[in-house]
Design a protein around this ligand. Structure first.
Ligand SMILES: Cc1cc2nc3c(=O)[nH]c(=O)nc-3n(C[C@H](O)[C@H](O)[C@H](O)COP(=O)(O)OP(=O)(O)OC[C@H]3O[C@@H](n4cnc5c(N)ncnc54)[C@H](O)[C@@H]3O)c2cc1C
Length: 381
């Protein structure tokens, strides 16, 4: 199986690369410095139809394969990781609706997300339920009026900015992961509120917050899929999103490598460009090899997702884990190529290094990815 892009995919990559170069890259440092959500970037993605790329055509999107989405995430992240996160999270949060929503729910919620008129959030993590989603404490109690949600979510990307929340809550608290259900919750519902907004190391333009449900009444029809099927929906969603996080990491790594190569050509020490030093050449060669290996693994994982192959989970986990580890090591080494200049905020590498770190953490830490991979490898022991 070859992992070459088709002519259409190459055209898509070139188009997004050009757009990112002209419109996204010039904003990246400012977005990082200001730490404000970049609505201009959100608008840019919406106007170019990118926020609906993954949403099926019958619900107003383009229904593009995951591989196309990966290409877009990489090219955006190469210029600005915060902007790529706008793209990645819209798909992540819409996907439970695509997977488990009724036709009515899809008709109601997906078209405005596809057009980028509304943002969405994926609302799973809690203070006591990070890697261990089975420890979810948020409850959804059925009443004659609908489901009443109580609990607190944390670290929710787009928290407070999004209008639509794919929210995981326990309908049967005694059943662990088999008691989790998923609901679509609107920002305006009574009992919905936004808690602490986090001050983060990287992705400074993204808004990440607590979301609090206090007797929050959710209409019965907002339950997506069967009661108790929420954990499976969450895992399927993550399987389908982790290659995108991998692509975000890959884009950051590629962006860092671009800067390091340019610097190695230009920077002179001992009378010559530092690129003439074998020590620098070897670092660049290792970085390039890691970036290309990550890209191939992502293309493979995305292709398997697109054909609903049974090995999706392991490839998805491997692609996210490998690419994010590559992003951390490549940004660190690229910064080293720039020496002291790399450490300064005039250069983009310290931002890229900070942005890379979270790709090893969210959508399941890389330790959790290793657990997923090893379980698939070993089977039941
Ligand atoms: C910027 C940012 C944005 C986020 N956005 C979202 C979002 O939009 N929606 C959402 O639901 N969540 C979001 N998250 C939450 C993220 O998915 C969690 O932080 C992540 O899953 C880890 O959970 P935790 O932070 O509670 O760490 P913990 O689960 O407490 O883990 C702590 C450490 O223990 C290790 N560990 C845990 N379990 C195991 C194990 N079984 N084997 C080996 N090691 C293990 C972990 O790898 C980690 O090193 C976001 C997080 C960040 C930082």
């Amino acid at each position: 199986m070859a992992y070459e892009l088709s002519a259409e995919q190459e055209a898509l990559r070139d188009q997004i690369r050009q757009m990112a170069l002209e419109k996204v890259a010039p904003r990246a440092a400012e977005i990082d410095r200001e730490g404000e959500y970049p609505w201009d970037m959100q608008k840019l993605l919406a106007e170019n139809g990118l926020l609906g790329l993954a949403i099926p055509e019958e619900y107003g999107g383009s229904g593009a394969p995951l591989l196309d989405n990966c290409i877009v995430a990489e090219e955006l992240a190469r210029a600005c990781a915060t902007t790529s996160l706008i793209f990645v999270v819209q798909k992540l949060a819409a996907y439970p609706i695509v997977l488990a929503g009724s036709d009515e729910t899809k008709q109601k919620y997906l078209p405005p997300l596809a057009r980028g008129e509304k943002l969405a959030s994926f609302c799973l993590t809690e203070a006591e339920a990070g890697s261990d989603a089975g420890a979810t404490r948020t409850t959804a109690t059925e009443t004659p009026e609908g489901f009443v949600l109580n609990g607190e979510k944390c670290f929710i990307t787009n928290g407070g900015l999004a209008e639509v929340y794919s929210t995981f809550a326990m309908t049967e608290p005694d059943l662990g992961i088999r008691g989790i259900s998923v609901f679509v919750v609107g920002k305006g519902y009574p009992g919905f509120s936004v808690g602490k907004i986090e001050d983060k190391m990287g992705l400074r333009g993204a808004q990440v917050s607590e979301i609090i449900f206090t007797d929050c009444l959710v209409p019965r029809e907002n339950l997506m899929g069967e009661r108790g099927s929420g954990f499976i929906t969450a895992m399927k969603t993550l399987d389908n999103s982790r290659p995108l996080v991998g692509s975000q990491a890959l884009g950051i790594a590629q962006g860092a490598l671009d800067v390091a190569v340019d610097w190695a050509r230009e920077r002179k020490q001992f009378g010559n460009p530092i690129g003439k030093l074998q020590g620098i050449q070897f670092m660049l060669a290792d970085m390039k090899t890691k970036v290309e290996a990550a890209r191939q693994l992502i293309y493979r994982a995305a292709t398997l997702c697109d054909i609903e192959h049974p090995d999706v989970s392991i490839y998805s986990a491997m692609s996210k884990m490998f690419a994010s580890d590559v992003a951390m090591s490549v940004t660190t080494d690229a910064l080293q190529v720039l020496g002291g200049y790399g450490y300064m905020r005039d250069q983009p590498l310290e931002r890229m290094m900070r942005d890379a770190k979270v790709t090893q953490i969210y959508e399941g830490t890389n330790q959790v990815q290793r657990v997923v991979i090893a379980r698939r490898l070993l089977g039941k022991l």
